[in-house]
Design a protein around this ligand. Structure first.
Ligand SMILES: [Zn+2]
Length: 327
C-alpha cells in the first residue's frame, strides 16, 4: 500500500513501559491505522533502547505506507520521573535509563515535534478525548494495577507539577499504621489496595484454604495471581477473594472522596487491568463509597465510569497531547 506524501496528517503515540512498548499510528482523526508491540530489552541500555523505539516507529510507518515527512507529531507516555519541558526521562530503572533525552532523540531521528508525558496522564487524556470521559470539564482517572496510578484533565489541560507530573493518588496516606509502600512511606493507598496488595491478601487466603478455586488455579505464588485469575476465582465462588476485592475498591473510593472534595470533577474514570477484569465490581463499590463519603454538595455532581480504550489509552492519549501542544 502506498500513500501520497503531500500532507502531514499522521500522529504516533508510544506507550513505553518497563517491559514492553506499544507504538500506534493514528490518522488525522486519531483513528488507529497501524500498531506494533515489542519487548523493551532491559539489558541493552539507553542508546540501544532509544534506537529500538525509533526503529519500531519506522516499522509501523513502513507497514502503513507512511513516510516520516507525513508525521505531525509523536507523543510518548512513560512512567515517571520526567522532566516534562525538556522531554527527558530522568529515570527508568527497568530499562537502565537515566537522564534519557527521549524527546530530542525522536525529533532528531524522525523530524517532527515530540512530547513526553506520564503514562497515566496520557491514559486519562486519551479517555477524555476519545473514551469514557469525552469532553467533560474535568475528569480524574484512577488506575489500580501493581500500584495505583492517578491523573487529572482539568478544563482541557493535563494537571501537572512545575517540572513533572502530579496526582499521585496511589500515594495518598490512608492509614498511619498501614503496610509499607514502594515509595518508602507507610499506609499509602497503593500499599493497601493495589493489585499487589489484593493478590497478597488473596494468596494468604488461598494458603489458609479459604479460597479453594484460587488455590487450584494459581496456587499461592503472588506472581501467578493476576487480575484475570482473581476475576475467575470470584466467578467460581471464592467469597473471601470477592470480599478482599470489594474492601480494596471501597478504600479506593473512600480516598477518591477526598480528591472529589478538592477538585469537584465531573467524572471519575476507573481503568487498568484489575478494573477491566472486574468492571462491575469496581464501578459499583467505588461509586457507592465515594458518594457516601463526599460532602453533600458533591454527592450527585459527578459520574463514575469504566475506561473504554484499554491498553491503547496511553499511546492514543500521548499522541493527542502532542497535538494539543501544537495548538
Ligand atoms: Zn507510597
Amino acid at each position: 500500500m502506498t500513500k501520497k506524501t503531500n500532507n502531514k496528517e499522521y500522529w504516533v503515540g508510544v506507550d513505553l513501559g518497563g517491559t514492553k512498548m506499544l507504538v500506534i499510528l493514528l490518522d488525522r482523526s486519531f483513528r488507529p491505522c497501524g500498531r506494533k508491540r515489542k519487548k523493551t530489552k532491559a539489558q541493552s541500555g539507553m542508546d540501544a533502547g532509544l534506537a529500538r523505539m525509533v526503529d519500531s516507529i519506522r516499522e509501523v510507518l513502513d507497514e502503513a505506507g507512511v513516510v516520516p515527512e507525513q508525521l505531525r507529531g509523536i507523543g510518548v507516555g512513560c512512567p515517571g520521573p520526567l522532566d516534562l519541558d525538556s522531554g527527558i526521562v530522568l529515570e527508568m530503572p527497568n530499562l537502565g535509563w537515566k537522564n534519557t533525552p527521549v524527546r530530542k532523540s525522536l525529533e532528531d531521528a524522525l523530524g517532527c515535534p515530540a512530547i513526553v508525558m506520564n503514562d497515566v496522564d496520557a491514559g486519562v487524556y486519551g479517555e477524555y478525548r476519545f473514551g469514557a470521559a469525552r469532553d467533560v470539564r474535568s475528569v480524574i482517572g484512577v488506575f489500580p494495577g501493581t500500584g495505583i496510578g492517578g491523573g487529572c484533565v482539568y478544563e482541557g489541560s493535563v494537571l501537572r507539577g512545575k517540572n513533572g507530573s502530579c496526582m499521585e493518588i496511589g500515594h495518598i496516606p490512608v492509614d498511619p499504621q498501614g503496610a509499607l509502600c514502594g515509595c518508602g512511606q507507610r499506609g499509602c493507598l497503593e500499599a493497601m489496595a493495589s493489585r499487589l496488595a489484593i493478590s497478597a491478601a488473596a494468596a494468604t487466603a488461598a494458603y489458609r484454604g479459604e479460597a479453594p478455586n484460587l488455590l487450584a488455579a494459581a496456587g499461592t505464588d503472588l506472581s501467578n495471581i493476576r487480575s484475570g485469575v482473581l476475576a475467575a476465582s470470584v466467578e467460581a465462588g471464592d467469597k473471601v477473594v470477592d470480599r478482599i476485592l470489594r474492601d480494596a475498591a471501597r478504600l479506593i473510593g473512600w480516598t477518591c472522596a477526598g480528591v472529589v472534595n478538592l477538585l469537584a470533577p465531573d467524572c471519575l474514570v476507573l481503568g487498568g487491568g484489575l478494573v477491566e477484569a472486574l468492571p462491575d465490581l469496581f464501578r459499583e463499590e467505588v461509586d457507592r463509597s465515594v458518594r457516601s463519603r463526599v460532602m453533600p454538595a458533591y454527592r450527585d455532581a459527578f459520574s463514575v465510569v469504566v475506561a473504554k480504550l484499554g491498553d491503547d489509552a496511553t499511546a492514543i492519549g500521548a499522541a493527542a497531547w502532542a497535538e494539543h501542544a501544537q495548538r
